[in-house]
Design a binder for this molecule. Structure first.
Ligand code: HAM
Length: 431
């Protein structure tokens, strides 16, 4: 036998037993987006490398060491998208979606980052992202947060996630703060670890993110962005928090929250959970008022966020919050009990599907002995089996067998079958 080829490390197959939960989650999101008036956008998975370098930032972890970049056959440098915001801006600019109009968009799909795989962190992962363009005030920031909070509520996750919030100020205020911070770190150079020394010139704000306990006391005394905010950003942040207070959304102001992508200004936020170990950020985003201009457009204010689908699915599983409808179980397994009734069973299955559009019915195909047919019915996970033998066929009937309950089997009239199944599946007992 030749050696089997395996999937790439950190890139997962989504197997049939998991897909109903994904579909449930995606369905919840799709409905929510339309309820808030957001339109879906789909962009290619591959973009020119320059797009991500210019938007995410040359000295971020993503661009420095995590991108899947390759030359295509023309010699162009292409990259598998590590996130969706840059592509969204590129597409909106390219198609004139930002000319004197506002946009509220959402997208979903795979993203690629060459990170060290672990629970909740993969090299191909999936995001649902939301972006708005042309809206400057904190009302849209608040709406985005409320939208995500409503999703947690629908999924039963509200008590298991915490909202962390910060403001990074305007680009100018951040540049001034950066200088203050560099001065501070330089005066404590001996306390910086190697990583932080490297970041001192490239990305000093990220030093604040360091998890190194030896640096914690020095970081605690570092100058705080919040004290260096420009007046407009301070006002924006105050109005945002007032709106969240009024809406009853709890949050923690985390002055260390800086995010790992360079395009943010003003509001940044993350929803985190403690139930997933170290990869606890399930949703994150913020305002990026400078990005459209940076990518060649006129200045357009923008804000957005993205959530990691794998992490949210893991969370639902871990907390046992998977509702029955997300288990994808069959209602009915219909079995012809021999070759002679196979054509009639096929037609009966279609008749039932016609009459009951939400019924989940699987037809037994492939023959087999009586015993193996019954075994398959049981393994199908269906609640009910319908047996169609030659006797039943002659009487225009079927035999109903309860697969999950200890109840007597019984004959049912085919003409009343749709009605009977509806009552049974609604949990009613039969007369
Ligand atoms: P991000 O923080 O890089 O932001 O990613 C957003 C979310 O994607 C994370 O909070 C996490 O749930 C998930 N995620 C990221 N990396 C991985 C991974 N390797 N494995 C599994 N899940 C992961 C962005 O991507 C921004 N584009 C968000 C945004 C939209 N900001 C404004 N608009």
């Amino acid at each position: 036998m030749s050696k089997k080829i395996q999937a790439i490390r950190g890139m997962n197959d989504l197997l049939p037993d998991q897909s109903p939960l994904w579909q449930y989650f995606e369905g919840q999101v799709r409905t929510l987006m339309s309820r808030y008036g957001y339109d879906e956008i789909r962009t290619p998975i591959v973009e020119q490398t320059a797009l991500f370098k210019r938007s995410i930032g040359e000295v971020t972890d993503i661009v420095e060491k995590e991108m899947y970049t390759f030359e295509d056959r023309n010699g162009d440098s292409l990259t598998l998208r590590p996130e969706g915001t840059a592509s969204c801006v590129r597409a909106a600019l390219e198609h004139g979606l930002l000319h004197n109009q506002t946009q509220r968009l959402w997208y979903q799909g795979p993203m690629f980052r060459h990170e060290r795989p672990q629970k909740g962190r993969y090299r191909q992962f999936h995001q649902i992202g939301v972006e708005s363009f042309g809206l400057e005030g904190p009302d849209i920031d608040a709406e985005m947060i409320l939208l995500s909070a409503r999703l947690w509520q629908q999924l039963g996750l509200s008590e298991h996630v915490t909202l962390e919030l910060n403001s990074l100020g305007s680009a100018e205020a951040r540049a001034a703060y950066r200088d203050t911070l560099v001065d501070y770190f330089e005066s404590h150079y001996e306390l910086l670890d190697e990583d932080s020394r490297r970041r001192l010139t490239s990305n000093p704000l990220r030093i604040l993110d360091s998890k190194n306990p030896d640096m914690a006391p020095m970081l605690a005394d570092a100058p705080r962005m919040i004290d260096h905010l420009d007046a407009e950003s301070r006002d924006h942040f105050a109005r945002l928090t007032a709106m969240l207070d009024a809406a009853g959304i709890g949050y923690v102001v985390n002055l260390r929250l800086v995010r790992g992508l360079d395009y943010y200004s003003r509001t940044v936020f993350e929803w985190t959970t403690t139930a997933l170990g170290s990869q606890g950020t399930v949703c994150a985003g913020g305002r990026y008022d400078g990005l459209v201009e940076q990518l060649g457009g006129k200045p357009v204010p923008a804000v957005g966020f993205a959530m990691g689908i794998e992490r949210l699915i893991l969370l639902l599983d871990t907390l046992e919050l998977v509702p029955d409808e997300a288990r994808g179980e069959l209602d009915v397994y219909l079995l012809p009990m021999g070759e002679a009734t196979e054509p009639a069973a096929l037609l009966l299955a279609e008749r039932l599907r016609e009459a009951l559009p939400t019924l989940r019915l699987q037809l037994h195909c492939g023959g087999g002995s009586f015993k193996s047919r019954i075994k398959k019915a049981d393994r199908s996970g269906a609640r009910l089996a319908l047996l169609l033998g030659e006797d039943e066929l002659a009487e225009n009937a079927v035999t109903l067998k309860f697969l999950r309950e200890d109840r007597e089997q019984r004959r049912l009239d085919q003409d009343a079958l749709a009605e009977t199944l509806t009552s049974l599946l609604a949990g009613e007992t039969l007369a």
